[in-house]
Design a protein around this ligand. Structure first.
Ligand code: SAM
Length: 261
């Protein structure tokens, strides 16, 4: 199925997920990263790609040493306006080879699964040309678990994954294949790549995020497979009741990558 792109990301969704993202990103990779960052006169220069409203900087800056200059890239001017600071309106899949020159670190969060393989390869080439560590957090893996289990879970999950891998005018999106594709692309260029799981673990106190995630998960599944819609409506009502009662636990699989040149 070919659908119209580009889907815009809403600031409300980014705000709702910021706490869960912060709790999920791998602290272990940050420790390893800190050991490999070279001290720089004047401070670290960090480029965050697909920055949204700047959540990666808010999370990572306090965990890194010394003065830092963050340069935030996104193609959405409204999100960049909310991010503030030093921003660049750009398509991060078409960065010039020297655009990241002088970077001490390149980061991204919740970006890779939105790209096609060609776009990812372009991004990897630009990062490799920069010759610095790269931290790409929170790419979806396709592993989702809801407890208690429901016989309809696997049908929604399969249709959602197919939606994430859908063909667009830009090509087929990577969705849950993004992590493997990025690891292979960086390793082909000779880099060392470390991968850590970074799942969301949503429980009783995450009601609003759980409800919003469930709605998006089921809507995307039904867009992919319209025949699911009648059963999906009843399924969502069941799941909302469980979430409101605080007895639904959801694990959404992600992975973080640290690339060391
Ligand atoms: C899921 S959001 C994550 C935002 C932010 N990194 C965070 O963790 O909150 C993905 C972001 O990537 C941006 N994006 C997607 N494709 C892009 C591209 N080709 N060039 C620049 N930005 C892109 C979107 O506009 C959006 O802000």
């Amino acid at each position: 199925m070919t659908t119209v792109e580009t889907v815009r990301v809403s600031p409300d969704w980014l705000e709702l997920r910021e706490g869960a993202d912060a709790a999920a990103r791998s602290q272990d990779l940050v420790r390893l990263l800190r050991d490999r960052l070279s001290p720089v006169v004047g401070g670290l220069v960090i480029h965050d790609l697909g920055c949204g409203t700047g959540a990666m900087e808010r999370w990572l800056a306090p965990l890194l040493p010394g003065p830092q200059e963050w340069i935030l890239h996104d193609r959405d001017p409204e999100l960049l306006a909310l991010a503030g600071g030093a921003t660049r309106l750009s398509d991060v899949t078409r960065l010039e080879q020297d655009e990241l020159a002088g970077a001490s670190l390149v980061t991204a969060s919740a970006l890779l699964d939105l790209l096609t393989e060609d776009e990812l390869d372009g991004l990897v080439a630009a990062c490799s040309a920069a010759g610095c560590p790269v931290l790409f957090a929170l790419s979806v893996t396709g592993r989702v678990q809801l407890l208690p289990a429901d016989s309809f879970d696997s049908r929604v999950a399969a249709a959602f994954d197919a939606h994430q891998r859908r063909t667009t005018p830009r090509g087929r999106l990577l969705g849950p294949d993004a992590v493997d594709a990025a690891v292979s692309a960086f390793r082909r260029l000779g880099a060392e790549v470390l991968v850590r799981p970074s799942p969301w673990r949503l429980g009783g106190s995450d009601g609003d995020l759980t409800a919003a995630w469930l709605t998006g998960w089921v809507d995307a599944a039904c867009e992919q497979e319209p025949g699911l819609a009648p059963d999906a409506e009843l399924y969502l009502q069941r799941r909302f009741r469980e979430a409101e009662a605080g007895c639904l636990a959801v694990t959404v699989g992600h992975a973080d990558l640290l690339v060391l040149p």
